[in-house]
Design a protein around this ligand. Structure first.
Ligand code: TRP
Ligand code: ZN
Length: 880
């Protein structure tokens, strides 16, 4: 394989030679083979003058072609050409009908793209390029057609037959089969097509839109899980209401359906009128979902629903524009979740996610801009940069315009481009139209990769009573982009004065201002400042950058206690904890005795005992140690085991020195009440379990009993799992016996429930004491399967990502295991094998101890014949 020949470039974009106006599909779903008959109304695209009709080139993949007909003529095999995944035909007219019959083997399709089966249910996944596994087509998002779909299947085995749009016809056929026909009036690209056929039960409800239309809502699932749809249904109604209120967007069909599927590559898919969800992102009740799973369900249900406008009604011209729909829709789902829950906590979680995943992506070989300029395999670009950084770009735009203009701009964008396939430029142009702003420099966020760094230096002049803040921005090089132009960076800030009050920073006396930094250097001057202030920078994380400022620990402690921006109180705590953990890491690296700054305990105690009206959810974020990944992200030649030990030492220190408070708060919050996954209760449980996790770090017999009690007596999965996790974390000898019996018991209780078994697997695989040997045993468990992505993620994913101690074992056994697994998985499901590679791609950032082993694995995979393009693209970039 060779990288350059496979590369696809944005600059090469051209409109297609032909459009498809109408697509008629008939699926004959049979035990062995499925026959697909596709009739397309093809029309010449007359965008440029031509003398002869261009060849029609349709995309296909792994298809068995049965016949091709043009209008009423069957073509002989000399009248078309079928080579290298393409079907080529020379048309003789400017418009015509082509009928193509293909044959598929969905039962054998383990890629989970195109048409496949999951637990006996037929379903499809077409984004990005899965439709070409169903029939030959112009499988690109700018080709939008009106679809009619007929399904034929055995009535007993497949009583439910679904596709996009409205049901227009159904009938019983003589041979025990039946048929249903669906019509979707909205033109759409092939990636939004879907069918489902199976034995499903349905949870039904209705929503009345603001123009008083009744929309039927249906969530389908395997019968065993029908009781687990309530939460998602309510979340869906909240999302529909929210989009009407916040964006004025109403749903457009008479029916909206969601189907829960067990074997699914990602979280969910926004197919028009027929969303398909990974069962782990939609099903749940108090016994099968945790608080954070409920919140994930709410946000993903919102996300896919919001796509109906940001993605479906207005779609992407080409896959380089992926963030047009994903960044915008993530921004919309984050805003929705912030409105439904504690908004600061939502922001903290979103920023944490961005910094642990996206910032790391920017440091590695796969770094790319929000709008990439080239790729080999688009599936590798469903990344945190496209999603989360893309959302930050939209968030900055919404702040630059302000809420009213931003709303007007979105309205204009939806109206202007309804039914079209457009680009990120079109989105920005709509915002420019309503605001008269020139956003040309801002658009660098779309094409320059990397995380910008702003270095701030404060200079206080007592005699003049002036504070000067010197700001300097630069952006580290990323692959293919060495020098970068300055970004437009919104910096929201305030100044904390000597009396711990915020000082006025604008002419009109406000205590907060937003500076739009456009040049590489900037000096802000604040007058009448009577003593040296402490700047509160990047409030609410006003841009996706790293802000460097050398705060003293005393200054950070003041900000943690007195800043009025809650987000920045958390941010200052993170800075303090990072600096302390890094200090310990240095001690370990240089063989010194560990010494933990005593100020930390004093601060924690003060915060935990003062009555500061902070909510519990916020407090549990405030007392959460920075993630391991974030801690490691800016350490050169990272020694993984030393950093792990440093983080653990701080945890243990806080556990021991504050033991009285952890117990006191735990008792305060540990009450058995009916379970509701509502924000206030979630906050209380979350802080209680933060306390438990510190208590577990004491490694005492007493703590083991406490975790066990919680596990056994809880009436909800959040507390059960927190208790189990406590037992698993503990190194006390009693814990290991208890852990064994608890796991055994839960295995019996949970064995028939797929989502519960995912937790059962992942708590074990993430445990630092779980050695590779046990992982291999888990993989032999009946409930494990390499063809089910949730199982792969909960065992192999958890081991390689979360269990850093064992995965990075110095004997390289973890790496050898991953090598083995990737090679096995690559022929089953290349999307999954490519996803598992990510822990290895960052090899250059690690200490030489690890580097060689990681690099060897990459080289060995690359040397294999027949690896997927997905894996090839990531490895070839990682090794260059
Ligand atoms: N568009 C989906 C979303 O809402 C992403 C997605 C789901 C996807 N399944 C996929 C992307 C399979 C690629 C392949 O984010
Ligand atoms: Zn999406």
């Amino acid at each position: 394989m060779d990288a350059t020949s496979k590369m696809i470039y944005l600059k090469d974009y051209q409109q297609p030679a032909y459009w498809i106006k109408k697509t008629d599909l008939v699926f004959d779903l049979n035990q062995k083979h499925t026959q697909v008959t596709s009739t397309l109304h093809i029309v010449l695209n007359e965008f440029k003058p031509i003398t002869t009709l261009p060849v029609l080139i349709l995309d296909g993949k792994d298809l068995i072609l049965k016949s091709v007909r043009i209008n009423h003529e069957i073509l002989s095999d000399t009248e078309y050409e079928e080579i290298a995944d393409k079907l080529k035909i020379q048309p003789t007219e400017k418009q015509f009908y082509i009928t193509i019959v293909t044959e598929l083997a969905p039962h054998e399709n383990t890629t989970l793209e195109g048409l496949y089966q999951s637990n006996g249910i037929y379903c499809t996944q077409c984004e990005a390029e899965g439709f070409r596994r169903i029939t030959y087509y112009l499988d690109r998002p700018d080709v939008m057609a009106v679809f009619t779909t007929t399904l034929i299947a055995n009535q007993t085995q497949y009583p439910i037959l679904l596709s996009n749009g409205n049901l227009v016809d159904s009938a019983t056929l003589p041979d025990g089969r039946h048929t249903a026909t669906w019509e979707d009036p909205f033109p759409k690209p092939s990636y939004l097509f879907a069918i489902v056929a199976g034995n499903l039960m349905c949870h039904e409800d209705a929503f009345i839109t603001k123009s008083k239309r009744t929309v039927l809502l249906k969530i389908f699932t395997e019968p065993a899980y029908i009781k687990e749809c309530d939460y998602a249904m309510d979340a869906l109604k909240r999302a529909m209401q929210w989009d009407e209120e916040k964006y004025g967007r109403e749903y457009d069909l008479d029916i909206f359906m969601i189907v829960a599927i067990d074997a699914f590559n990602m979280g969910a898919m926004e197919n028009k009128g027929l969303n398909i969800f990974n069962a782990s992102c939609i099903l749940g009740d108090s016994n099968t979902a945790t608080d954070s799973v409920f919140q994930r369900i709410e946000s993903i249900v919102g996300h896919e629903y919001f796509h109906n406008w940001s993605g479906n009604r207005v779609t992407c011209r080409d896959w380089f524009q992926l963030s047009l729909k994903e960044g915008f829709t993530v921004f919309r789902d984050q805003s929705f979740s912030a409105d439904m829950n504690a908004s600061t906590v939502q922001r903290i979680q979103d920023v944490n996610q961005l910094r642990t995943v996206q910032f790391l992506e920017d440091l590695g070989p796969m770094a790319h801009p929000v709008r990439p300029e080239k790729f080999i395999e688009i599936s590798n670009f469903y990344t945190s940069t496209i999603y989360e950084k893309g959302a930050e770009v939209i968030r900055m735009l919404s702040h630059i315009l302000g809420p009213d203009l931003f709303r007007k701009g979105c309205d204009l964008y939806f109206d202007r481009h309804d039914g079209e396939a457009v680009t990120c430029d079109d989105f920005v142009a709509a915002l420019e139209s309503v605001s008269q702003l020139d956003l040309i420099q801002f658009k660098r966020w779309y094409w320059q990769a990397g995380t910008p760094v702003v270095q701030g230096i404060g200079e206080y002049d007592k005699s003049e009573a002036v504070y000067r803040l010197h700001l300097k921005q630069y952006c580290p090089p990323t692959p293919g982009q060495i020098d970068k132009l300055p970004f437009v960076i919104p910096i929201k800030l305030g100044l904390l004065g000597a009396d711990n009050q915020l000082l006025p920073v604008t002419e009109s006396g406000e205590t907060e201002t937003v500076v739009l930094m456009k040049k590489s250097q900037h000096v802000l001057i604040f007058e009448n400042i009577s003593s040296k202030p402490i700047p509160s920078l990047m409030r609410d994380f006003s841009a996706p950058i790293t802000m460097r400022f050398s705060y003293t620990r005393a200054e950070l402690i003041s900000l943690i206690q007195y800043d009025t921006n809650e987000f920045n109180r958390w941010e200052s705590m993170q800075r303090l904890l990072v600096s302390i953990i890094h200090e310990i890491y240095e001690h370990i690296q240089s063989n010194q005795t560990i010494q933990i700054d005593a100020q930390l305990e004093v601060l924690f105690r003060a915060l935990l005992t003062q009555d500061n009206h902070l909510n519990w959810a916020f407090l549990s974020e405030l007392f959460a140690l920075p993630t391991f990944t974030y801690l490691g992200s800016n350490l050169p030649a990272l020694h993984i085991h030393h950093l792990y030990a440093a983080r653990k030492a701080v945890k243990q220190h806080l556990a021991t020195t504050l033991v009285d408070i952890w117990y006191e708060k735990y008792q305060l919050l540990n009450k058995i009440t009916p379970y509701y996954p509502i924000a206030e209760d979630i906050g209380e449980r979350s802080f209680k379990n933060t306390c438990l996790s510190y208590i577990m770090a004491l490694q005492s017999e007493e703590s083991v009993q406490l975790a066990k009690q919680q596990c056994v007596h809880s009436n909800n999965l959040t507390d059960t799992l927190a208790g189990l996790n406590g037992l698993i974390q503990s190194e006390h000898p009693t814990a290991s016996v208890m852990r064994q019996s608890m796991l055994c018991e839960l295995n019996t209780q949970w064995s028939n429930q797929s989502n519960l078994m995912n937790y059962w697997f992942s708590v074990q695989a993430s445990d630092e004491k779980t050695a590779l040997k046990h992982i291999l045993e888990l993989m032999k468990h009946d409930a494990f399967s390499l063809t089910n992505p949730n199982k792969v993620r909960s065992v192999i994913g958890s081991f390689c990502r979360t269990n850093v101690v064992q995965f990075h074992a110095l004997d390289r056994s973890g790496y050898a295991f991953l090598l083995d697994t990737i090679l096995k998985l690559d022929s089953i499901n290349p999307r999954m094998s490519a996803a598992l590679l990510s822990p290895l791609t960052q090899w250059k950032r690690y200490d030489a101890l690890y580097q060689v082993g990681m690099k060897n694995v990459l080289e060995q995979i690359l040397a294999e014949k027949n690896i997927s393009v997905d894996v090839f693209e990531i490895i070839s970039k990682s090794l260059s």
